[in-house]
Design a protein around this ligand. Structure first.
Ligand code: ZN
Length: 269
């Protein structure tokens, strides 16, 4: 039987401790996808953010391997924070942001102890961002680690590939699920509940980015999605995965090549 071992696999969970030591010593970036289990309408499984985050990150890892850049991918943090609107639907598991930030910091501290010099959190669910930012800062200050947050969702990419705005469970996310595991998607139940810009768009103070108060800039959803899932296709999903993975790989390459600078020699704001 052919064995699959590092560096043929980048899956941290499948590696032995000597392999993890070797990966860390080779300067590999340790990647953690921070996803969510949350309702995504009547047509998509609740693990949509998990599937998207893992698919894009593993593809980015493949691209980086070809460029000679080592990465390891940890098991996904499968649940994060969901705000009140989607918790009205069954299937949404929400972790308080402070718990999530502490969890991510502890995972990062463990990776530092294992010898990794660079840690990357890949955000696969928008509302996890605030917790990731706290963990990145804590890891820097408490462990002198270089940690970073990566977001691959890009409205510029979406505009090129999609014909409607993707916010949650719409054309984009449904397309990616169709490209990866169509057997789990029920297109007969795909809703059309297009995004309607509200709150944030209507406030110039919020638009300035200089102040923030909690509001969604969308209408209340009836089906559990914001978008038009009926427009989804496998081909659009493949194109999105490809574009997101290349974007993520390019950002990770820049991170890999950036020199480590300790907090002492680098005044930080
Ligand atoms: Zn989602």
């Amino acid at each position: 039987m052919k064995k699959i071992r590092w560096p043929d696999t980048c899956l941290f969970a499948k590696m032995t401790w000597p392999e993890i030591k070797e990966a860390a010593e080779s300067g590999a970036i340790a990647l953690v996808v921070v996803a969510q289990i949350e309702e995504h309408g009547p047509h998509l499984p609740v693990d949509t953010d998990v599937l998207i985050g893992e698919t894009v990150t593993l593809k980015a890892a493949e691209i980086l391997k070809k460029r000679g850049i080592p990465v390891v991918v940890l098991p996904t943090v499968w649940s994060g924070y969901s705000e009140i609107d989607v918790t009205r639907f069954p299937g949404t598991i929400s972790i308080r942001p402070t718990h999530l930030a502490n969890l991510l910091t502890d995972i990062g501290m463990s990776l530092v102890r294992s010898g990794f010099k660079k840690i990357g959190f890949v955000v696969s669910h928008g509302q996890n961002r605030m917790a990731v930012e706290i963990a990145v800062r804590e890891l820097r200050d408490r462990a002198k680690a270089q940690a970073a947050m990566f977001i691959f969702f890009s409205s510029e990419i979406d505009k090129k590939i999609l014909s409607s705005k993707e916010v949650h469970g719409g054309e984009g996310e449904t397309s990616i699920y169709l490209a990866v595991a169509p057997e789990y998607v029920d297109m007969e139940k795909a809703p059309k509940e297009p995004y309607v810009a509200k709150g944030r768009k209507a406030s110039s103070a919020l638009q300035s980015g200089l102040c923030w108060w909690t509001t969604w800039s969308v209408q209340r959803t009836k089906s559990g999605i914001f978008g038009d899932a009926t427009l989804a296709t496998k081909e659009k999903g493949e194109a999105l995965i490809d574009a997101y993975a290349n974007l993520l790989a390019d950002m990770l390459e820049e991170y890999y090549r950036s020199p480590y600078v300790s907090p002492e020699e680098h005044g930080e704001g």
